[in-house]
Write a protein that binds this ligand. Structure first.
Ligand code: AMP
Ligand code: GLY
Length: 442
């Protein structure tokens, strides 16, 4: 298609409309939270989402276009004459959706391909941190299994193996001894368990401490921190079971103290943005810092080039700003003019999943009780995997809903979130019962 002529045509709309239309790309709980935040903006009168889900469909017009179908997304955005596109997930960002949409003349919130490599390659991000002295675990990068195995002779155990590329959050193996590590190296590099993500790998020192997620906005020069959160990645209570996309979150993290904040501001946040700029990879969008608070200070475990899921579900409901102002400031390079403000409250999100997640589970179960959330300001029922079939909302994924509640403090938010998990029901509903347990240890 001829993007340029279409753009010219749509740019000529003149003053027909003064409110904005925004397209959100994605269809999970994170995107539902983003759409919800956009829906509060007085500057917006229409939201679109691809592919969206049953919950998002209450706030946005959804179309069945996949997040990796870049040309179709561009066509749809142009057809609907949207003023801005916001991209949620990592896969399209790392594969360059922003470049395609920008070439089509669209205004896009999210990093381009050159910048999204911050999440797309662990070898890249580790080398960046080393080059610019950003605190992280000691590591080596390997392109073949043999030297990687040889390197194990010098390692202390446990040791951490990471496939270089995106691997649905599963590409990290913590190996307790030499034999496990050898098996892990073979899995990643020779058996290609994570596909081409394992063409390279990182072997790094095992760190201990509390993990904290910090989301930030950046325009490539200025960085503004949102608030801290903590995820619960394992499927079962007491952090047992397999790794998942995230079974629940709380925000803020009581372990993210002023001392931690001060250290990260001095050595991590701005340093990362400046490093990317020095590499001619100006990053515009959200940088998610996965931090480990070790006894020797905070260390970067990983970067993500996007909002976290389900961190977003506890962070955005606490944000006071009009999110569209912030998106626009990031795109236009004037984030220095924005003061990010958060409520002095707390939020907890408990994920309701399909029993069997993350391995195998049934879908298509009717979700009952969604109407119980209507009119309740402190409660949010974010849909992660749902769709409408014959007029009924049914489950459509491993993670189904993210039940979020706000409270004056974390304990109150946790109590309310767990109460609200009882308001909805579906066959094979599964959740962790200890989301936010760490709050009691703070
Ligand atoms: P990542 O995808 O890099 O965030 O890794 C997934 C999870 O693996 C993290 O959330 C940590 O729990 C764990 N992890 C990653 N790197 C390390 C490390 N160097 N030491 C200890 N745990 C780690
Ligand atoms: N909750 C972790 C992530 O979004 O990667």
């Amino acid at each position: 298609m001829d993007y340029i002529t279409r753009k010219y045509w749509f740019d000529c709309k003149g003053d027909e409309r003064d409110k904005m239309k925004i397209l959100v790309v994605g269809g999970g709980g994170r995107e539902h939270a983003i759409v919800k935040a956009i829906s509060k903006s007085e500057r917006v009168d229409k939201i679109y989402c691809v592919p969206g889900n049953a919950g998002i469909a209450e706030l946005a017009e959804c179309a069945p276009i996949g997040v990796m179908e870049f040309d179709k997304v561009a066509m749809y955005a142009l057809e609907k004459q949207v003023d801005m596109v916001v991209v949620g997930p990592d896969d399209p960002l790392v594969a360059g959706i922003v470049d395609v949409l920008e070439t089509a003349g669209l205004k896009v919130f999210g990093p381009n391909k050159k910048a999204a490599i911050l999440e797309g390659s662990k070898a890249f991000s580790k080398d960046l941190m080393k080059k610019y002295n950003i605190p992280t675990a000691k590591y080596e990068v390997f392109e073949e299994s043999e030297p990687a195995i040889k390197f194990l002779d010098q390692c202390k155990f446990p040791i951490v193996l990471k496939a270089d590329g995106l691997a649905l959050g599963k590409g990290v193996l913590i190996c307790k001894d030499y034999d496990e590590a050898v098996a892990g190296i073979h899995e990643i590099m020779d058996d290609k368990k994570f596909g081409s993500a394992g063409n390279k790998m990182v072997i790094e020192e095992f760190l201990t401490g509390r993990e904290v997620s910090v989301l930030s906005f950046t325009d490539g020069k200025t960085i503004k921190i949102m608030t801290s959160a903590q995820d619960h990645k394992r499927a079962k209570d007491n952090d047992e079971g397999l790794n998942t996309g995230g079974m629940g979150t709380f925000s803020p993290s009581p372990f993210y103290t002023d001392r931690v904040d001060d250290f990260c501001k001095k050595y991590i946040y701005q340093a990362t943005v400046d490093a990317m700029r020095s590499e001619d990879r100006d990053f515009k969008g959200v940088i998610f810092f996965g931090l480990m608070l070790t006894s020797e200070g905070p260390r970067v475990l990983e970067y993500n080039a996007r909002f976290g899921d389900p961190e977003t579900q506890v962070v955005l409901p606490r944000m006071k700003n009009d999110i569209v102002d912030v998106f626009e400031a990031c795109i236009e390079g004037r984030l220095d003019k924005i003061d990010l403000e958060f409520e002095d409250n707390a939020a907890v999100c408990v994920v309701l999943a399909s029993d069997g997640y993350p391995v195998s589970y049934e879908k298509g179960k009717e979700i009952r009780g969604l109407e119980n959330f209507n009119g309740k300001e402190d409660y949010f029922c974010f849909h992660a995997g749902s769709k409408i079939v014959d007029g009924k909302v049914v489950t459509n994924g491993g993670r189904v809903l993210g039940i979020t509640a706000l409270g004056n403090d974390l304990k109150e938010a946790r109590k309310k979130a767990y109460e609200a998990t009882e308001w909805v029901d579906f066959d094979n509903k599964y959740m962790r019962h200890d989301i936010g347990k760490a709050i009691d240890e703070a």
